[in-house]
Write a protein that binds this ligand. Structure first.
Ligand SMILES: O=C(O)c1ccccc1N[C@@H]1O[C@H](COP(=O)(O)O)[C@@H](O)[C@H]1O
Length: 226
């Protein structure tokens, strides 16, 4: 993809406070995530997410994040929170992910994986609207702030994908230029404590993504992207 007029989407995940949701919208973020995964320090109840949803600015998406939740708990979130996108972070299969009638993205563990099996991934998740490459796996928890080797993402991957895992205001510029993703996703890197977002880090993160969008790639790099 040519870099001309490129706009990297931004998702801020693990919201637990309405004020953080409001600020994300004011900063021009595309989506906020609510985590319903057991064991996460950012986990919220469907009722809490529904209340925070009222702080969402127009055209900002609500994403519901799961990790091996049972079908009934996903349905309850869909009913109460009305997310526009589901994010599955566990061992869920395509049939399960697509069964809720809401578009979904599948998180792909990039910890110690070696080269990515792009064809296998697309065959395994034909209904996914995109993928999210994160540093979890091999005992590493999602949302723990670890970074993976961005060069494992093959250039020219032609399905929308997000890069996640340990992104901060200090490394997101490099991550965006190294991978040219559809979007970037951050949780711990914009926090002062788990679930507590830091306004200054949120603002700096957005500024750095926009700075990368304005960066002109060399002709060679742009051609690599198809
Ligand atoms: O944030 C969590 O606690 C979490 C728990 C279970 C599944 C996903 C979770 N968050 C996702 O983890 C990645 C990376 O987070 P970080 O920036 O490294 O802290 C991100 O996609 C969140 O959506």
């Amino acid at each position: 993809m040519k870099r001309t007029l490129f706009r990297t989407r931004i998702k801020f995940c693990g919201m637990t406070r309405a004020g953080d949701v409001r600020l994300a919208g004011e900063l021009g973020v595309d989506a906020v995530g609510f985590v319903f995964a057991a064991g996460s320090p950012r986990r919220v109840e469907p009722e809490e997410a529904r209340a925070m949803r009222t702080a969402l600015a127009p055209l900002v998406n609500a994403v519901a994040v799961f990790r091996d939740n049972d079908g009934e708990s996903v349905r309850e979130v869909v009913r109460q929170v009305r997310p526009s996108l589901l994010q599955f972070h566990g061992d869920e299969e395509d049939g399960f992910c697509r069964s809720f009638g809401v578009p979904y993205i599948k998180a792909v563990p990039m910890h110690d994986t070696g080269a990515l099996d792009v064809i296998g991934l697309r065959l395994a998740y034909p209904a996914a609207t995109g993928f999210l490459f994160d540093s979890h796996g091999g005992g590493s928890e999602p949302g723990a702030g670890a970074v993976f080797d961005w060069s494992l993402i093959p250039p020219g991957f032609d399905v929308p994908f997000f890069v996640a895992g340990g992104l901060t205001p200090d490394n997101v510029y490099a991550a965006a230029l190294a991978t040219l993703p559809w979007g970037v996703d951050a949780s711990s890197g914009i926090e002062s404590a788990p679930g507590i977002k830091d306004g200054d880090r949120m603002r700096r993160f957005v500024e750095e993504v926009r700075r990368s969008d304005c960066h002109e790639l060399s002709e060679d790099r742009a051609d690599d992207q198809g």
